[in-house]
Ligand binder design. Structure first.
Ligand code: F0G
Length: 347
């Protein structure tokens, strides 16, 4: 049967209203792509869970199908979220599908262009705040206490219900539970959701979470007032699912580490240029974390089955992609000029 989305596929394992009509864009079922270059580098079997191939280009769609389905079932007429961009685009798309009004709060000037484009195209009301994601999340939590608007950030349990399905897909595709699951950590919803998913089917990979060094509250053990990183999706100083992420890390015998912007950039370039897999900068943080830890403690990784979750598509952030590589060479539409150019390249 054709793929119809996560709720149809997994409904009996999800804690959402069983009678609800699914609001779906056929999310999930993303490929697990082998990573031969990384595998050789680390001496392990590395795979990439390419979540950028979800309908709006990020893993958020897994949680949004369940959150919007649940909100509709409960009679909501509008939904709201704070976002570094991907949640906004995803909420906007699923709300459009459901016929709900959608309001998104974003940190002004700190979201990647492809995400803003998505939110606008899907018809959301975009409100840019002079503040951080953390400020925005506080505002939407407050406002939904006073107004009849459904909150669809990952503090909403229905979000994690959908996101935990990725853990089951990884195991099905790999043919076994991975030894390590590496992923970026921002608001810490996703790491919590993966752990819920694995726990539910009694599996236990070690989790390796990575935060950007300038936005690493869990690693540092305190709130970061002014988080900074070029990986804007994870530019978060006070994660809502902090405690749950720490439980997941402890129970999985996992690790959380900080990776610098230059380490993230290096992993981002390696993924695109060596593996042919284009993800957004934040998504490469998990791979940067793996590369760093495998260098420091190779024996923990050699010969292991490792899955890195690439949370969002590279096209989400065209400025970073184009910015690092100058402008293309421009020539006349003349074959001799092309030949001259190619000769210069091979010299
Ligand atoms: N990777 C990407 C591409 C993201 O957009 C996010 C979070 C994360 C990783 C981290 O996931 O928050 O569950 O720990 N983006 C949120 C947003 C905050 O608003 O789109 P997390």
């Amino acid at each position: 049967m054709a793929w119809q989305g996560l709720i149809d596929r997994y409904r009996e394992r999800l804690d959402i209203a069983q009678g609800a009509e699914p609001i779906s864009l056929c999310e999930g079922n993303t490929p697990l792509v082998p990573a031969p270059f990384l595998s050789k580098l680390i001496g392990a079997e590395v795979h990439l869970k390419y979540e950028g191939l979800n309908p709006t280009g990020s893993f958020k769609d897994r949680g949004m199908t369940t959150a919007i389905t649940q909100a509709m079932f409960e009679g909501a007429e509008s939904v709201i979220c704070a976002s570094t961009g991907n949640t906004a685009a995803s909420a906007a798309a699923y709300a459009a599908r459901a016929g709900l009004k959608c309001i998104v709060l974003i940190p002004d000037g700190k979201i990647a262009l492809g995400k803003l484009a998505g939110a606008i195209a899907y018809g959301a009301e975009v409100v840019a705040i002079r503040g951080s994601f953390d400020d925005g999340l506080k505002m939407v939590r407050d406002v939904t206490r006073h107004a009849p608007i459904a909150l669809v950030n990952s503090v909403n349990p229905a979000r994690l219900e959908g996101q935990k399905t990725a853990a089951w897909e990884v195991t099905e595709q790999l043919g076994q539970c991975p030894d390590w699951l590496c992923l970026p950590v921002g608001n810490a919803g996703n790491i919590s959701a993966y752990w819920m998913g694995f726990h539910q089917v009694k599996q236990s990979p070690q989790l390796l979470g990575a935060q950007a060094a300038g936005a690493a509250p869990i690693v540092r053990g305190h709130v970061i007032e002014n988080p900074e990183t070029f990986a804007t999706a994870i530019r978060i100083g006070n994660p809502a699912r902090w405690a749950q992420a720490e439980d997941a890390l402890r129970e999985s015998n996992g690790k959380i580490l900080a990776v610098s912007d230059s380490e993230i950039l290096k992993a981002y370039q390696l993924l695109a240029q060596r593996e042919g897999v284009f993800c957004e900068p934040s998504s490469a943080a998990g791979v940067a974390g793996l590369m760093k830890e495998a260098e420091d403690r190779p024996d923990d990784f050699i010969g292991r089955k490792i899955v890195c979750v690439l949370t969002g598509h590279g096209l989400k952030d065209p400025d970073t992609a184009v910015g690092q590589n100058l402008t293309p060479t421009i020539i006349n539409a003349d074959v001799n000029e092309l030949l001259k150019h190619l000769e210069r390249d091979t010299k």
